[in-house]
Ligand binder design. Structure first.
Ligand code: MG
Ligand code: MG
Length: 281
């Protein structure tokens, strides 16, 4: 029987995760700069791949068996795992981009959502932007919780509480997907432990230096039931309601936390929570 590797990285291993995190952030920033009405997600995929390869890294999504692309692009009612395609992005589209880089066998993983402007449908855009910002805020609430948590279960509780305090305009609560969750990250993009985006029974593993996790709330305007499209990858809402997805890879170290996939280590996102990230020593 193979020995289970620890979910806690050594200080030297944490340092090796800084660069792949930064490259992941750069790739997503390059995608974001080019994300507008009329571009295709295949074009965005090429931009992400060029950014990652120029940094001497590899797109780690291509290491997933059967997946040939650098990003996942999930539009509108697609939640996650959307395959880049040649459809022109349209006004009002909700576009979630997920991406990761592998450098020297260490991984980064992050995602963001944007709503493309539509001057003819401002109410619809406002409602969709509220979905994305509530999801992003819940991600930062989860990361802030990590900075003081004793056990991993506190992160999901913080994400759920954040979304509960941040309902839709008509007062309905957003839905948090339960079939897909965050994860540990390191030598592999997906490692133990699972990181739930909602309250679960049990406290979960101890939060202590060396823990590196990808926190990634997937949030919907309707019910949380999903289906996988005929391409065998794309996860879409069963009711066709819009979805958003935000993700960061975050390291816990002996002096604090550091958001590996944010160019400022998470300083801006954590400021509203009174948390200051600390670079990995
Ligand atoms: Mg991801
Ligand atoms: Mg992930």
């Amino acid at each position: 029987m193979a020995l289970r590797t620890s979910i806690y990285k050594t200080p030297a291993q944490l340092r090796l995760m800084v660069e792949p995190g930064r490259i992941t952030a750069d790739a997503l920033a390059a995608v974001r700069e080019n994300l507008r009405v009329g571009v295709t997600t295949l074009e965005l995929d090429a931009i992400a791949e060029a950014t990652i390869r120029a940094a001497g890294a590899r797109p780690n999504f291509q290491l997933e068996p059967g997946y040939a692309h650098t990003i996942c692009a999930s539009v509108n009612d697609d939640v996650v795992h959307g395959i880049p395609n040649s459809r022109l992005l349209e006004p009002g589209d909700v576009v979630s981009i997920d991406c990761g880089a592998d450098l020297g066998g260490w991984n980064g993983d992050a995602a963001f959502t944007v709503v493309l402007p539509d001057p003819t449908r401002t109410a619809l855009v406002t409602e969709r932007e509220a979905l994305s910002s509530a999801t992003e805020r819940s991600l930062w609430a989860g990361i802030a919780a990590l900075s003081r948590a004793r056990h991993l279960g506190e992160i999901g509780a913080a994400i759920e509480d954040s979304l509960e305090a941040d309902p839709q305009a008509d007062g309905r609560a957003y839905g948090i997907l339960e079939e897909y969750v965050g994860h540990g990250i390191g030598r592999s993009m997906h490692e133990e432990p699972p990181v739930f985006n909602y309250r679960v029974r049990g406290r979960g593993p101890a939060v202590k230096p060396g823990l590196v996790i990808a926190i990634e709330p997937m949030v919907v305007m309707g019910t949380i039931d999903t289906r996988v499209r005929d391409d065998d990858w794309t996860v879409a809402t069963a009711d066709g309601a819009m979805a958003a997805h935000w993700e960061h890879s975050v390291a816990v170290h002996r002096s604090g936390i550091w958001v590996l996939t944010a160019d400022d280590g998470g300083a801006a996102g954590l400021a509203p929570f009174g948390v200051r990230p600390t670079p990995i020593p």
